[in-house]
Design a protein around this ligand. Structure first.
Ligand code: CA
Length: 237
C-alpha cells in the first residue's frame, strides 16, 4: 500500500522484535532506519532527524531515557519520540516523560496501536514549527542547522552551532557554563574544560569577521548573545 512515508528511526536491541516492527512499518509505507545501540542511534537522530523516533528504553551504550534527554538538549528540531516500555516499568515511564518523550507504548502492543501512534506523532511533528530564529543580523535555521550573520553563512562545527542555538533560544538571558555543558553533554562531558575549544570556534565564525561581537562573556555568570541590531540601525541613520 502507499502510505504517508514517514521517516522512522527504530531503536531496539532485541533483533526479532526490531525486525518485526520494521517490517510492519515498511508494509505501511514508512521508511525505517534501524539501530540497536543507544549512542549510535543518538548520532543518527542528530545527523538526520527522523519524523518519529521509536525508542526502546533498555539499550546498550546509552539507554532510551538518556538518549531522549541528550537528543532534546542537542537536536536542532523537536524529534517526536515514542518510547517502548515493559509493562511493569512504571518508573521507566515516568522518567521517560521527564526526559521529554512525547508518548509511550507498553510492550507487548498491537500492530494497529503502534501504527496509529506513529502516524499521530509524525503528523504532530510536522505541524507549525518555527525553525528560524533571528537576533539582530543573525539568523539560525534549526532544521538545517545553518546560521548566517549579515547574510554570510557561518561555517560552524556542530558543537559550536549547538552552543549558538542554545544561547539564541535563551536570548536575551545568559546561560551559565554548567547549564551549557549539561545541555550539550548531559552528565558526561568529553573533557575537563569541554566548552573552551567550541567557544573559540564559535567566536572565530560568529564574531571575528564582524566589527561587533555578539557572543558576550558575563563575568561570574556565563555567556549570552547580544543583538547587533542597534549597530545596524546606527549605520542606517
Ligand atoms: Ca531492550
Amino acid at each position: 500500500m502507499t502510505g504517508p512515508g514517514l521517516h522512522v528511526l527504530l531503536v531496539e536491541d532485541h533483533a526479532p522484535l526490531r525486525e518485526q516492527i520494521a517490517a510492519l512499518l515498511q508494509r505501511h509505507g514508512h521508511r525505517v532506519e534501524e539501530a540497536s545501540d543507544g549512542r549510535q542511534a543518538l548520532q543518527m537522530a542528530l545527523d538526520a532527524p527522523p519524523d518519529v523516533l521509536l525508542l526502546d528504553i533498555g539499550l546498550p551504550g546509552l539507554d532510551g531515557v538518556q538518549l531522549c534527554r541528550r537528543l532534546r538538549a542537542r537536536s536542532a528540531r523537536h524529534v517526536p519520540v515514542l518510547m517502548l516500555t515493559a509493562r511493569d516499568a512504571l518508573t521507566d515511564k515516568l522518567s521517560g516523560f521527564d526526559a521529554g518523550t512525547d508518548d509511550y507504548l507498553v510492550k507487548p502492543f498491537a500492530n494497529e496501536e503502534l501504527l496509529a501512534r506513529v502516524l499521530a506523532l509524525g503528523r504532530r511533528g510536522g505541524a507549525g514549527q518555527d525553525y528560524l530564529l533571528s537576533i539582530g543580523s543573525l539568523s539560525i535555521d534549526r532544521r538545517s542547522r545553518e546560521a548566517w550573520r549579515r547574510g554570510q553563512r557561518l561555517a560552524l562545527p556542530p558543537t559550536a552551532f549547538g552552543i549558538l542555538q542554545l544561547l539564541a533560544e535563551a536570548w536575551p538571558r545568559a546561560l551559565t557554563r554548567s547549564e551549557l555543558i549539561r545541555r550539550l553533554w548531559d552528565d558526561d562531558p568529553p573533557e575537563s574544560d569541554p566548552l573552551r575549544t567550541h567557544l573559540y570556534q564559535l567566536r572565530q565564525h560568529l564574531d571575528k569577521p564582524f566589527d561587533m561581537p555578539m557572543l558576550r562573556t558575563v563575568h561570574g555568570v556565563g555567556f549570552r548573545l547580544e543583538s547587533d541590531a542597534a549597530d545596524s540601525a546606527g549605520a542606517a541613520g
